[in-house]
Design a binder for this molecule. Structure first.
Ligand SMILES: N[C@@H](CCC[C@H](N)C(=O)O)C(=O)O
Length: 266
């Protein structure tokens, strides 16, 4: 059976979508790595498998480019929602998407943007990230997946994020996404990120929520909102006591069929 794919991105955090309503695709780590490879595959930061469970909403089976599984993807869930609407699987407006971090309510907007209720951004402590021998104080934030968000006076553009930033593996036994954040002005942040299982990406939705939560924590505030500029664009985040919302673009740009011989050989 032909394997259909789509390509999409949210603020240039890019994904291969694999519609698999009946959950029959054998999506191995090797296949995810090959799909995401930017030379021998389609190229992407991750894969979103689109599954319809027997009960509950459409489920986003998210995989990182290295084949690992993650709980949640804030940019991915917007692109996933855009796909469901464009494919006529749900009506435009508000609906739930299942993720490994739990159900997430999304609202698709006529201008193509999507708002996601990301759940609570839970500050779990503080930590330190290292880049090139320099230490950066950070705030550990659970957004369904783990983050260490470091607000710093060092311009983020100057950081070399080619190698994974160092972190305390005892604090993050399953790895961590690390954000570096500049405060441009009240309510306006700039961020770069090194994602667990991927490397530096042009954006990370859960990371932007962690960045705003970290900034608020550092200023003694529990709630607030900010725009977050990332290399791939801009998103808006609102942090409330019990939940946080993320709004940003979601783009689908291509669709096709995988070559069966290539797929079968993986
Ligand atoms: N890019 C995503 C986060 C994807 C998962 C992350 N790499 C992890 O392993 O937790 C986002 O937009 O949130």
């Amino acid at each position: 059976m032909a394997v259909e794919f789509l390509k999409g991105h949210g603020t240039e955090n890019d994904f291969v979508l694999l519609p698999d309503p009946d959950g029959v695709l054998d999506l191995t780590e090797a296949r995810v790595r090959a799909l995401c490879d930017r030379r021998r595959g389609l190229g992407a930061d991750g894969v979103l498998r689109v599954v319809r469970p027997d009960f509950g909403p459409w489920f986003m089976d998210y995989r990182n480019a290295d084949g690992s599984i993650a709980e949640m993807c804030g940019n991915g869930v917007r692109v996933f929602a855009r796909y469901l609407v464009d494919a006529g699987l749900v009506p435009e407006g508000g609906f739930a998407v299942g993720t490994r971090a739990g159900e997430r309510q999304v609202v698709t907007h006529p201008d193509g943007s999507v708002t996601v209720d990301m759940g609570r951004a839970l500050v779990t402590g503080t930590g330190t990230a290292t880049v090139g021998g320099s230490a950066f104080d950070g705030v550990a934030v659970d957004v369904g997946n783990p983050h260490l968000a470091c607000v710093t006076g060092v311009p983020v553009a100057e950081l070399d994020l080619e190698a994974p930033p160092g972190h305390d593996p005892a604090q993050f036994p399953h790895g961590v996404n690390v954000e570096f954040v500049n405060v441009l002005e009240e309510g306006a942040l700039r961020m770069r990120v090194h994602e667990r299982g991927v490397g530096e990406t042009r954006s990370c939705g859960t990371g932007t929520v962690a960045a705003v939560a970290s900034w608020l924590h550092g200023t003694g505030q529990r709630t607030g909102k900010a725009t977050v500029d990332v290399p791939g664009g801009r998103v808006s985040v609102v942090v409330e006591e019990e939940t946080a919302t993320l709004t940003g673009p979601a783009v689908l740009l291509a669709r096709g069929e995988l070559d069966q011989v290539w797929w079968d050989a993986l």
